[in-house]
Design a protein. Structure first.
Length: 278
């Protein structure tokens, strides 16, 4: 009988439902001491698990949205904005086996609190609204300044289905034994690539529309440039005095397609804020 997991909203990963247990007859365990150096490339001794920065990114999202006020407004007094990411996932590009090219999938929300007045006298009203946005981009990690995605065993995917089957010869020697079988499957637990927000900025132009006979508007068409500065990192096994995986890159590396490649993402963000505030 199926059991209700209680995850009514389906906005997360629910716990797996319990299964029936097999009749285990015997378990023999054997431990094989292995040096941590054998689990990573280029390591010798004194290894640690640490958050390794892959790259800093400055993403520009151009958003256009319509906002309908609950009542007609005579004048906008203030708009307060907050930016948050709801999803930040990366997939390593199959076209680049070096790990320096990632597919980035972003989903975020610009939360707005709009304060406005309906008449020349009266109270200031508040209206809160969320403006969602989604971006899909290709990220080129510059080998000179960044680090690639690392898989400890050198494999990205697991093999959980019984595609590697073990078959034995039947007694008559004419076919496989249908009463004996086996398989090989494996799971590799790779560290995911994580995102860390550093800063955000919103620059917008608002167009007021749908005016009534009193000159009040009830619709706002906004055109926003949302700047997102964040860091991509992955927990990797490194030596304490390890140097970055990159280095020795030439000028025509994958990151050369970026604009202003001589600047860091943080410097570009600071420039954008400086220009907007002047």
């Amino acid at each position: 009988m199926m059991k209700n997991t209680g995850n009514n909203k389906h906005d997360g990963c629910p716990p797996q439902m319990p299964n029936e247990y097999a009749d285990t007859k015997r378990v023999d365990c054997l431990n094989l001491p292995i040096s941590p150096a054998l689990l990573a490339t280029g390591l010798s001794t004194d290894v640690i698990d640490a958050r390794v920065p892959l790259t800093d990114l400055l993403v520009e999202a151009d958003v256009e949205a319509d906002i309908y006020l609950p009542t007609a407004a005579r004048e906008i007094k203030n708009i307060r904005k907050n930016v948050s990411l709801k999803q930040c996932k990366t997939v390593e590009s199959a076209a680049d086996p070096t790990g320096f090219t990632l597919k980035l999938y972003l989903t975020g929300v610009v939360h707005k609190n709009i304060q406005y007045v309906e008449h020349h006298t009266g109270y200031v009203k508040d209206y809160a609204v969320d403006v969602p946005f989604t971006c899909n981009q290709t990220v080129f990690i510059r080998p000179a300044t960044g680090n690639p995605v690392v898989y400890p065993l050198g494999l990205q995917y697991s093999l959980k289905n019984s595609t590697l089957e073990l078959r034995e010869l039947a007694d008559d020697g004419h076919s496989a034994d249908r009463c004996t079988g086996g398989s090989l499957s494996f799971e590799i637990y790779n560290e995911p690539v994580e995102c860390k927000m550093i800063a955000s900025a919103v620059k917008e132009v608002d167009l007021y529309k749908d005016f009534d006979h009193f000159g009040r508007f009830s619709k706002i068409t906004e055109k926003m440039e949302v700047l997102l500065l964040f860091k991509l990192w992955q927990r990797q096994q490194i030596t304490i005095d390890d140097t970055p995986h990159g280095g020795g890159s030439t000028a025509d590396d994958a990151g050369a397609v970026e604009r202003n490649e001589g600047q860091t993402a943080l410097e570009r963000f600071k420039q954008a804020i400086r220009r907007a505030s002047m």
